[in-house]
Ligand binder design. Structure first.
Ligand code: ADP
Ligand code: MG
Length: 408
């Protein structure tokens, strides 16, 4: 699981947690010790007072002395350090106290503090696995050491308690983390969608503006070409480039428009046959072989032109990944009420760290690429209630797998 990134909101949350922690720490410390060392002995007719020979009230005084330091650290912007400081201070003072009280005496060890339970039980509040492990192992270590030194059976009880409470805290902690993670993912997803929406609106606006001048530019270029019959050098390039702009504009328009797919039942085989027949001349020039083995009876409920666009995009990518030629293979397989279609190539592959970037607009590794093809593909597939995933092995090839619902 990825660690949740710290930002100002999370720091604020940490401050809130620390404040709560500080309040409860002292609220538990004072009444607990008062009850244990004064009220309880008083009603049982035992001598009242803090254990003989120990730090006495200095134990509490020193813990209270931490408070201004804690406030200072929070003000300095490091609230996450306070809990460690308290744990360290507590365990150090407690150890000193115990040594002073028990060392060289034959008193039975009897020094668990409710704050230990409190530390562990409330650790999930900080949503930090490190803190959890440090305190749980820290307190366990304390009791193990004490157990070895004093051979006391009471220690076993304390260890059991720590284990039990530790498990509860662990469950809470992992639940919190998992929730946080889910919320982070949701938030990122939302941001991504917002980003796409803005890009979409911009793109449609610009594309609309460009389309008209572009088509007249193309018309006049063709006219001019007719006139200049002799010059065959530059006109084809100009027309080609205009077509390229046109393709980009069309991609942007697809991305920007709301879902306008008009779905009718269409044979998958016919779509693939058509697409391959369009691309084959280009493929042959690049020594690329396109093979398809598609289920003949599969019928898609789809917008034919859009699904054609999907396969054109995927096959073009596959071809562009194999500059020295190779094979593109298209397979389909029916699974329940869906068909899985894969477009496989033997090309350069995609490094794992780049795989995540593929959905992003304008991400391209090609000199002449625009980084919109996969986005358009994804959008169309999603509008057809399909799924889309890419598997790739560096230098071995890539397989783009899509699933689409079929008509029975
Ligand atoms: P473009 O083709 O214009 O670059 P795409 O959105 O179609 O934009 O693809 C984005 C990037 O994904 C490509 O630049 C390429 O790096 C990578 N890619 C897509 N398909 C493949 C493939 N079949 N093999 C290797 N890389 C691919
Ligand atoms: Mg492409």
């Amino acid at each position: 699981m990825e660690p949740v990134k710290k930002n100002s909101v999370l720091i604020y949350e940490e401050v809130k947690a620390v404040k709560f922690f500080l309040w409860t720490f002292y609220i538990i410390l004072v009444p607990y010790d008062f009850t244990i060392y004064y009220i309880y002995p008083y009603f049982n007719n035992v001598k009242t007072g803090l254990p003989y020979g120990g730090l006495g009230f200095y134990f509490h005084l020193l813990l209270f002395a931490l408070l201004p330091l804690a406030i200072f650290i929070i003000k300095k912007g490091h609230p996450e350090k306070v809990k460690y400081m308290y744990f360290a201070a507590f365990i150090i003072l407690d150890t000193i106290n115990n040594i002073l009280i028990y060392w060289g005496t034959n008193r039975e060890f009897n020094s668990g503090h409710v704050l230990e339970v409190y530390f562990i039980l409330f650790s999930p509040m900080f949503v930090s696995k490190r803190f959890f492990w440090i305190i749980t192992l820290g307190f366990s270590l304390k009791y193990l050491t004490v157990g070895l030194i004093y051979q006391s059976a009471k220690v076993l009880f304390a260890l059991g308690l720590i284990l039990f409470i530790g498990i509860i805290a662990w469950i809470l902690l992992t639940r919190f983390q998992s929730y946080l993670h889910a919320i982070t993912l949701m938030y990122e997803d939302m941001r991504e969608k917002e980003k796409l929406a803005v890009i979409g609106q911009m793109a449609t606006a610009i594309a609309h503006e460009i389309k008209n001048p572009l088509s007249s530019l193309k018309g006049f270029t063709q006219l001019q070409q007719e006139k200049d019959k002799g010059d065959e050098q530059y006109y084809p390039i100009m027309l080609n480039e205009i077509d390229r702009i046109n393709a980009i504009v069309n991609d942007l328009l697809i991305l920007g428009r709301p879902n306008t797919a008009v779905k009718t039942p269409k044979s998958l085989m016919e779509i693939i046959e058509y697409v391959v027949s369009v691309i084959n001349p280009h493929a042959q020039r690049k020594e690329i072989n396109i093979k398809y083995d598609v289920n003949n009876s599969t019928v898609l409920l789809c917008d034919e032109n859009q699904i054609k666009q999907v396969f054109i995009n995927l096959i073009k990518n596959a071809m562009e990944a194999m500059p020295d030629g190779g094979m593109v293979k298209i397979d389909s397989e029916v699974k329940g009420d869906r068909t899985i279609i894969s477009v496989r190539d033997e090309g350069c592959g995609i490094p794992p760290e780049k795989l995540a970037k593929l959905g992003e607009p304008f991400y391209t590794t090609k000199q002449n690429g625009n980084g919109l093809g996969l986005m358009v593909t994804k959008k169309i597939i999603e509008e057809h209630e399909g799924t889309f995933n890419i598997e790739s092995q560096l230098d071995k090839g890539t397989s783009v797998n899509i699933t689409l619902p079929i008509v029975r």
